[in-house]
Design a protein around this ligand. Structure first.
Ligand code: BG6
Length: 514
């Protein structure tokens, strides 16, 4: 890590008060990979106090002792630079309850356990239930928590009882609405924290700071100066062990409905009157409302679906999606999509937003590029015939490059007036000399302190589903007819189907991946 160039004030993290966390799905992959390492980091960095415990619940026949081994392994695997003696205080605060999710006795035992632990660790009864199970269990867990009086509906409750729920939240508009009504029977909206881990990334939150805490860009942030916007989420991994879920879902549900619409909203939203969870979430909903509906879209010039064939990513063989374990032989599930969206409001009228995402591609990269218009008249026209002026491009690197990069024209040293683009780079790690905190750390801490800014609201999640559901229904109705909604195949390890390049090239533009 580079030495920090930053000389401003230390940005103090918030510190949570006493509370217990119950994790449903405690023996699962998400708990080991994300939740435990994040909670450990928060604990050792004193973002959460000693008045804290974790109660894991799952069907697996573990006990507290064996669960603590799972926790220790998860910490060893997921956390770097653990200092001697740091693990024990954390591990001894972890407990386990094995039980069926639909069995009242599990919840009665859980009530006893959390009651005892609340007394032991003096958490004041504050509690978070983190539902990290497959989505088909969300309803039964929430309902049993309600009927067994582990949660009680109420606004601003003290002690607090909150629920964190993972994605996917629904599979279309109807199921999302149904899930929302169901949750809201047992909880009030301020008790529900719907996760989108992209919002926990500093680089994503920086979009708001960049746009609304600086004057220079906000004034040109509109259709008069911006030619188009590109959002790319390129992943190297195929679907691997998640094939069972993924084959039902597809990439539009997996990435567009949530992470990518969130990114787009942050780029396109208006500034609310103040930095307030409700106001920010409302502004994002307004963007989603203004996105031109996906009805009667043309394929593949506006929406394109793709699927990976056998190939190699960085020398490693990847089998065709249809050959992955758990995938139907003739599956027409998309592992890639590209789309051209328009936002029908006065700021963005006529500005295309090109979005693309794919699995098993050449690179892992998430970025947003804002491509400005060309200068209206160039006085250099006689001097630079060979290299015409290129437009400015502002790129938000979300990952793995984390920062903001601005491409602009500069004079090349020499006696002649030679002009060539260069890039001004701000890299988080170089500048601040620290690793950015993990998205789950941010989100778990926010839930503990009761800040919902980085979570989906009911309106937001329903609006995003309302937008993409007609598209999904059209595909289903056509029975994924390959003539109408063609599936373009691409080689694993490539940059995606050639037709995705054509989509943007037909508009005299090209994809940027800096
Ligand atoms: C998840 C999707 O929400 O996000 C995965 O379900 C995807 O399919 C992942 O791989 C990408 O997250 P990140 O942070 O690695 O870009």
């Amino acid at each position: 890590m580079e030495k920090s160039q930053y000389s401003g004030p230390v940005c103090e993290f918030e510190t949570a008060g006493p509370c217990g966390i119950v994790i449903f799905g405690a023996s699962g992959d998400l708990t080991s990979r994300k939740l435990i390492p994040a909670l450990f980091e928060l604990y050792v960095r004193r973002r959460i106090p000693d008045n804290f415990f974790i109660a894991g619940v799952a069907r697996s026949a573990l006990d507290t002792e064996t669960f603590r081994e799972v926790v220790e392994n998860a910490v060893d695997r997921g956390v770097r630079n653990i200092k001697p003696g740091q693990k024990q205080g954390f591990i001894k605060r972890c407990y386990y309850l094995s039980g069926q999710y639909d069995d009242d006795s599990t919840y009665r035992e859980l009530k006893d356990l959390t009651g005892t632990l609340a007394g032991k660790y003096e958490t004041g009864g504050n509690i978070i239930f983190n539902i990290a199970t497959p989505p088909n269990l969300y309803k039964v867990i929430v309902s049993k928590l309600g009927t067994n009086s582990l949660v009680e509906k109420g606004q601003n409750k003290d002690p607090f009882q909150r629920i964190i729920v993972e994605k996917p939240f629904g599979t279309d508009l109807e199921t999302a609405q149904d899930l929302n009504s169901f949750f809201l029977e047992h909880l009030s909206e301020d008790q529900i924290y719907r996760i989108d881990h992209y919002l926990g990334k500093d680089t994503v939150q920086n979009i708001l700071a960049f746009r609304f805490a600086n004057l220079i860009f906000e004034n040109v942030w509109n259709r008069n100066y911006i030619d188009h916007v590109q959002i790319t989420v390129s992943e190297k991994l195929g679907v691997g062990h998640r094939a069972g879920y993924f084959d039902q879902a597809g990439l539009v549900r997996d990435m567009l409905q949530n992470h990518m619409l969130q990114l787009l909203s942050l780029v396109a939203m208006e500034a609310p009157a103040k930095f307030d969870a409700e106001l920010i979430r409302d502004e994002k909903v307004k963007v989603m409302r203004a996105i031109r509906p996906f009805t009667g879209v043309s394929y593949p010039s506006t929406i394109l679906r793709g699927q990976y064939k056998e190939g190699e990513v960085e020398g490693e063989k990847i089998s065709a999606y249809r050959k992955e374990q758990g995938v139907k032989k003739n599956s027409s599930t998309e592992t890639y999509f590209a789309a051209k969206l328009f936002i029908d409001n006065s700021r963005w009228e006529g500005v295309p937003f090109y979005l693309r995402a794919g699995k098993a591609l050449k690179e892992k990269k998430t970025q947003i590029s804002v491509i400005f218009k060309e200068v209206p008249h160039s006085m250099f026209v006689d001097d630079i015939k060979e290299n015409p002026l290129e437009p400015n491009v502002l790129t938000f690197g979300i990952q793995p490059q984390q920062g903001v990069f601005l491409k602009y024209q500069a004079k090349v040293p020499g006696s002649k007036m030679c002009i060539y683009p260069l890039q001004m780079n701000f890299n988080y790690a170089d500048y601040y000399g620290v690793e950015l905190s993990d998205d789950y750390e941010t989100l778990l801490l926010d839930c503990m302190v009761g800040d919902q800014t980085l979570f989906w609201s009911k309106k937001g999640i329903e609006k995003s589903w309302a937008l993409i559901t007609p598209l999904l229904q059209e595909w289903e109705k056509s029975n994924y007819d390959n003539k109408k909604v063609k599936l373009f195949f691409y080689k694993a390890g490539s940059t995606g189907p050639r037709e995705a390049d054509r989509m943007i090239e037909n508009d005299n533009r090209k994809w940027i991946l800096s």
